[in-house]
Design a protein around this ligand. Structure first.
Ligand code: UDP
Length: 315
């Protein structure tokens, strides 16, 4: 196969490129480096099965040659990133998805949308099955991401129903692991970097809000399986083991042996109070479930940050 991955220099996009290449497929990676980094794909340069296009998928995009798949992973995904880039976030979910769908249709390729647990907003159903329609504030600060992804899902289903395009939608829950940017603002990277540098660990609010954290290798394997074997209806891919943010902070302190103090900061507006994927569908359709326990995944991620932070990291 030859597949196009938008956002290929991002955290998930780069791991996904690795996964396709590992099975002998060819990858065209596209990224404009708004939040992605050349470092994430540096190891692929010189690989004849990998081509790179430095381009913004929200603008008209031409890709030469045949494609079997188009996987649309380009988007800021950390709350602080999409607050900093609200309009590019809306554009890549809307115009970027339209362009990526257009490429898939022209090439008669399978289309795969990276959607998100954010489509459930601050959920009133817990855990969240794919059948839940969500509780999203369209005009709040997170609306730029949530509504862009909800529109992207609607557009993908329209291409599926109207044009008969072969499509997939994954709803990705909180994912962590090597290649997260140390300062991308997300809770796992923040806590680890704070713990390793001796900085205070910043819990937003009282820390009773929950998230469920999936190690990147598990997430990417679920995505890869869904691309090949799923159907058009959305599938949650995430790890259902749920933590309070306070519980995560305690675990990071334990695993790093850090002396960092814990401090509280204001809870961001519309921060979801709970989040846990119902992965019944992923188990049934794909036979997939996560394998890496959170302790082990965190230990691997801590080792990665220790190495990349270098001399700046204590402990
Ligand atoms: N959070 C926190 N401290 C931080 C960063 C995040 O307490 O330094 C909280 C945040 O308020 C949210 C959770 O951790 O409740 C997960 O935040 P993240 O930015 O990772 O992504 P989200 O799941 O909200 O999209």
């Amino acid at each position: 196969m030859r597949v196009l991955i938008t956002g290929a220099a991002g955290f998930l996009g780069s791991h996904l490129a690795d996964r396709f290449l590992r099975d002998g497929h060819a990858v065209v990676g596209l990224d404009n480096f708004v939040t992605g980094s050349p470092d994430n794909i540096a190891h692929l340069m010189g690989n004849t099965a990998f081509e790179f296009l430095h381009h913004n998928i929200s603008n008209f995009t031409y890709v030469a040659g045949a494609l079997d798949g188009v996987l649309h992973f380009a988007s800021p995904a950390s709350p602080i990133d999409y607050l900093e880039h609200p309009i590019p976030t809306l554009k890549v979910g809307a115009l970027g998805t339209h362009n990526a769908l257009g490429i898939a249709k022209a090439k008669q390729a399978r289309f795969f949308l990276a959607s998100t647990s954010e489509v459930y907003g601050d959920p009133l159903v817990h855990p969240q099955p794919e059948s839940y329609w969500g509780n999203v504030n369209p005009i709040g600060p997170r609306g730029v991401y949530d509504e862009a992804k909800r529109f992207a899902e609607a557009l993908t289903m329209a291409y599926h129903r109207f044009h008969g395009l072969d499509t997939r939608i994954v709803r990705i829950f909180n994912t962590y692991g090597p290649r997260m940017r140390p300062r991308d603002g997300r809770v796992v990277s923040n806590f680890i970097v704070q713990a390793l540098t001796g900085a205070p660990i910043t819990i937003y609010g009282d820390g009773t809000q929950t998230r469920s954290f999936c190690y990147v290798d598990d997430e990417v394997e679920g995505i890869y399986q869904l691309f090949q074997r799923g159907d058009a209806m959305p599938v949650n891919i995430g790890n259902p083991v749920e933590f309070t943010v306070r519980g995560l902070a305690d675990l990071v302190v334990e695993l790093t042996g850090s002396a960092s103090a814990i401090v509280h900061k204001p809870l961001p507006e519309d921060d979801p109070k709970v989040r846990q994927p119902d992965i019944t569908r992923a188990r049934q359709v794909l036979g997939w479930e996560p394998r890496v326990p959170v302790r082990e995944g965190l230990a691997r991620t801590i080792a990665h940050f220790r190495a990349t932070l270098g001399a700046g990291a204590r402990a």
